[in-house]
Design a protein around this ligand. Structure first.
Ligand code: FAD
Length: 306
């Protein structure tokens, strides 16, 4: 069996694997796609000490760093079941079962998508999901934020300080964000809020986003807005469907973790976007991965008096 088995090969999983392997304990990583969300990212400018990089380049560096150590790296493998027996067992989609004295879950999350025409085509070409990451790319331009919940209104307030103008489109008749955020957004002169608006299409010129089309759900009319960017803020979905019932999840489906990354199951730790950590970023995921590996190591040295 492994001492530490990491499920997930994004920034959190990579950091956890390196920290575990550096303790000289038997470490494995099983990941569907090494690199995780980083593979879908074009420019990264907030990974501290690296002034600018690109997702696939950072993912390749992560993999090389992991492979500098004695780590069993198993990619293109999906975990489908966790069970706590004498050891923690992870069953894979191909039927194999991996056993480990401790497990670190780092299966990340995915942005909920609009599922409208143009979204995939212009992803990274004006369609964005992370205002902290991509906001500065739209400096002085017009953008829209889709979604009037807390993350949408926070994004609008954040972006309003950078871009020329922000249009918020909310599907429902009212915003769902906290009152204090709504008040702040309404006080900003370059934010316009449109409710009862169903986004139906991302418009582009073949190269980049040029606007969006929405239906006014009150009148049924279709309208176009000219824009340089569209921030989709309709939720982040943690990759925990396969863990339901076996580990404590928040009502948003995130794995509930303590300050050492521990979960409700002894010997099972978690890190990164899949957890209740409030901010989902590369540097934060890496720190959490390191924390979970140290937490697992502390657990192992206490558990093993055999
Ligand atoms: P992820 O990166 O999501 O990795 C999850 C890993 O788990 C993957 O290897 C995946 O294949 C694997 N996995 C999932 N389910 C299973 C399973 N059942 N079995 C096996 N493996 C599984 N953050 C920044 O700090 N700066 C940025 O500029 C930035 N830009 C972004 C741009 C985009 C378009 C996106 C989508 C995100 C961006 N982020 C950025 C956020 C950042 O990418 C995430 O916070 C970070 O990748 C989270 O790392 P993670 O390791 O927790 O999860």
């Amino acid at each position: 069996p492994y001492d530490v088995l990491v499920v997930g090969g994004g920034p959190a999983g990579a950091a956890a694997a390196i920290y575990a392997a550096r303790k000289g304990i038997r470490t494995g990583v099983v990941a569907d796609r090494f690199g995780g969300q980083v593979m879908d990212t074009v420019g990264i400018e907030n990974f501290i000490s690296v002034r600018a990089t690109e997702g696939p380049k950072l993912a390749a560096n992560l993999e090389q760093h992991v492979l500098d150590y004695d780590v069993d790296l198993m990619t293109a493998q999906q975990a489908r079941k966790l069970s706590r027996k004498a050891l923690v067992e992870i069953e894979l989609e191909n039927g194999a079962v991996l056993k480990s004295r401790s497990v670190i879950l780092a299966t990340g999350a995915r942005w909920r998508e609009l599922n409208v025409p143009g979204e995939q085509e212009y992803r990274g070409k004006g369609v964005a999901y992370c205002p902290h990451c991509d906001g500065p790319l739209f400096k002085g331009r017009k953008v829209a934020v889709i979604g009037g919940g807390n993350s949408g209104i926070e994004a609008a307030i954040d972006l309003a300080g950078i871009v020329e103008h922000v249009t918020v489109l909310e599907f429902g008749g009212e915003l769902r964000a906290d009152e204090v955020l709504q008040r702040k957004a309404r006080s900003m002169t370059n934010i316009e809020i449109i409710t009862s608006a169903q986004t139906t299409e991302v418009l582009g010129d073949g190269q980049r986003v040029s606007g969006l089309r929405y239906t006014d759900r009150n009148s049924g009319e279709s309208r176009d807005i000219a824009l340089a960017g569209i921030f989709v803020q309709i939720g982040l979905v943690p990759n925990t469907e396969w863990l339901k019932g076996d580990i404590e999840l928040s009502r948003h489906g995130e794995i509930v973790v303590g300050s050492r990354g521990e979960t409700s199951v002894p010997g099972v730790f978690a890190a990164g976007d899949v957890t209740t950590v409030p901010y989902k970023q590369i540097i934060i995921s890496m720190g959490a991965g390191a924390t979970a590996a140290l937490g697992a190591f502390d657990y192992l040295i206490r558990e093993s008096v055999d």
